[in-house]
Design a protein around this ligand. Structure first.
Ligand SMILES: O=C(CO)[C@H](O)[C@H](O)COP(=O)(O)O
Length: 232
């Protein structure tokens, strides 16, 4: 089974949790896109759902494939969000934001009764941090915010380069008009403390640590899909 087939397997398993009439948060990234494709087939067959996309990219795909969309203001309480992840640990803590949609993804997940993560085995880790942690920041005061992040991380025993994410020669800009600093802190033993501390920094809009948000992870490997639930 190649990487795409594993993503499709995970997406198929998540689709089994979707029921008629559901209000769905729809994630961003290549795995979430497989979910959108399968969902669109079910919608074409008569399934009634309304989706809130977590990015402009996902919104475009949903429109193209005929998945009905609403804004989060129109549907502020959702039944289920299905989204990918860059890393998942055994307590279903996540790193997200590799696709740059972390802010909307977190807002949508927080508005959902349940969040199902879909990923392949390569995303499962013992301790978060091998993947660079995306931190969404306001462009104003970028240098000051970067220094504040470094000091906050140091207080938690973490250090490492913070790279401004680029799109060609310009900084990558999120759907919300912000920049992303990708932090190479390495292993993050206390993700809960880091997540809370980062969001206290003025200028930090959101961080890519998703704690206590996912209720289930569907992990696809060469032998098929398995589920992970939080250990604690
Ligand atoms: O957080 C995300 C986007 O902001 C994605 O869910 C994450 O990057 C995983 O993407 P993919 O399924 O393409 O590996």
């Amino acid at each position: 089974m190649d990487a795409r087939e594993m993503k499709i397997k995970a997406a198929e398993a998540a689709l089994a949790h979707v029921e008629d009439g559901m209000r769905l948060g729809i994630g961003t990234g290549s795995t979430a896109e497989e979910f959108v494709r399968l969902l669109a087939e079910r919608v074409a067959d008569g399934l009634k759902v309304e989706g809130v996309p977590t990015s402009e990219r996902t919104a475009r795909l949903c429109v193209e494939l005929g998945v009905p969309l609403k804004s989060l203001d129109e549907l502020p309480e959702l039944d289920l969000t299905v989204d990918g992840a860059d890393e998942v640990d055994g307590s279903l803590r996540l790193i997200k934001g590799g696709g740059g949609a972390l802010l909307r993804e977190k807002i949508v997940a927080a508005a959902s009764a349940r969040m199902i993560v879909i990923a392949d085995e390569s995303k499962v880790v013992d301790t978060l941090g091998a993947f660079k942690l995306p931190i969404e920041v306001n462009p104003f005061g970028l240098v000051a915010t970067r220094i504040a992040i470094e000091k906050t991380a140091a207080r938690l025993g973490l250090s490492g380069p913070l790279e401004l994410r680029m799109a060609g020669r310009d900084p990558f800009t999120t759907d919300g008009g912000h920049y992303i600093l990708d932090a190479s802190f390495g292993r993050i033993p206390d993700a809960d403390a880091l997540a809370g501390s980062l969001n206290f920094i003025p200028g930090v809009v959101e961080n890519g640590l998703f704690i206590n948000m996912a209720s289930l992870a569907i992990i696809a490997g060469p032998a098929g899909a398995r589920t992970l639930t939080a250990k604690d």
